[in-house]
Design a binder for this molecule. Structure first.
Ligand code: PEP
Ligand code: MN
Length: 337
């Protein structure tokens, strides 16, 4: 349920209303917009008398929210959420360009890639330390050492870092990580999501291989209901009957998610297609349809990458994509990197 307050309602009046609602057993989420404050009621609202609430002097209107996701719902928070990450932000009018290797392989590799993607306009560095691999015999990542190397690259370049968590027991290793990624395979690992809800780190939540947008938003809700409202959604392709591409990039997810939710939405064209030559056209399309950013795999030597070489761009190719994306943003959205 949401209550839209009248213009001019004072902080004191809002505080009084909040206290009263809490005493009725519901959680309260406030969103102060430029004109109106929206009061979101979370939990069992069946006992709240909507007519009584609407009759209060300071209340303009009351609506029940039919969608099962509440905190992530745009009705709760009409303005875009802007998530602060290190010296930058994600969401709203900002376009975020995350780039880096699929896996961190060595100090030389991650430093080399970090410098080149920064020069090419990346605003964040990605790199996997804990890798979710289909085969247990494949490279599983450098784990704690991988995170240390990523932190080193952050110190040198100043780029905030993004890396995937697979087990909440590893959380203490993520202290210097700026954005914690939840990979597609863990999108519905609800215990992990609950643990991340207890942290205050921004979470990059990737859509599961076979999950609907509602399920993605419900997973965001698991994190947000724990008190962590810094969630970035990521469309990374879904499983369909098509076999030429690794996955099928569902770009309609971008405007749909933006309509349903206030959370930033980024696109990963690398995992979506599995082919480096498709990354540029899909990046341009993602920028054109309103994505708040891109996450792109870049490797200094894709042919010898320990993971996902076929979809990784060289630093030169990434630089070309980055400038082409800037031209699209200028032409279509008026966004700035
Ligand atoms: C990744 O970003 O490295 C990754 C494993 O992606 P996904 O979870 O989308 O497959
Ligand atoms: Mn990968």
């Amino acid at each position: 349920m949401i209550a839209v307050l009248k213009q001019g309602t004072t902080d004191k009046q809002i505080e009084k209303l909040t206290e009263w609602l809490k005493s009725q057993g519901v959680g309260v989420h406030l969103s102060k917009g430029s004109l109106h404050t929206v009061v979101g009621l979370i939990g069992d609202t069946s006992k709240i008398d909507a007519e009584l609430l609407e009759s209060l002097d300071i209340v303009d209107s009351v609506k029940r929210i039919s969608e099962p996701f509440k905190s992530a719902n745009r009705k709760f928070h009409p303005d875009d959420s802007i998530i602060n990450v290190g010296n930058t932000s994600v969401g709203g009018n900002i376009f975020t360009l995350i780039a880096g290797p699929c896996s961190i392989e060595s100090e030389e590799q991650v430093m080399n890639i970090a410098r080149s993607v920064k020069n090419a306009g990346a605003t964040m560095l990605r790199g996997g330390a804990f890798k979710p691999r289909t085969s247990p015999y494949d490279f599983q990542g450098l784990k704690a050492e991988g995170i240390e190397l990523l932190v080193k690259a952050k110190k040198e370049t100043g780029l905030p870092i993004v890396t995937e968590i697979m087990n909440s027991n590893h959380l203490e290793l993520f202290e210097d990580v700026d954005v914690i990624q939840v990979g597609a395979r863990n999108m519905q690992n609800f215990e992990l999501l609950k643990e991340l809800g207890r942290t205050r780190k921004p979470i990059l939540l990737k859509r599961g291989l076979a999950n609907t947008l509602k399920e993605l938003l419900m997973s965001a809700e698991y994190i947000m209901s724990g008190g962590n409202e810094s969630v970035i959604l990521c469309e990374r392709g879904i499983r369909t009957f098509e076999t030429y591409t690794r996955n099928t990039l569902d770009l309609s997810a971008v405007p749909m998610l933006k309509e349903l939710s206030h959370l930033p939405v980024i696109v990963d064209p690398s995992h979506a297609t599995g082919m480096s030559r498709l990354v540029k056209p899909m990046s341009l399309a993602a920028a054109a349809c309103g994505a708040h950013g891109l996450m792109i795999e870049v490797h200094n030597d894709p042919q010898h990458a320990l993971c996902d070489g076929a979809q990784s761009l060289t630093p030169e190719e990434f630089s070309d994509v980055s400038s082409a994306v800037k031209r699209i943003l200028d032409a279509v959205n008026g966004l700035n990197i």
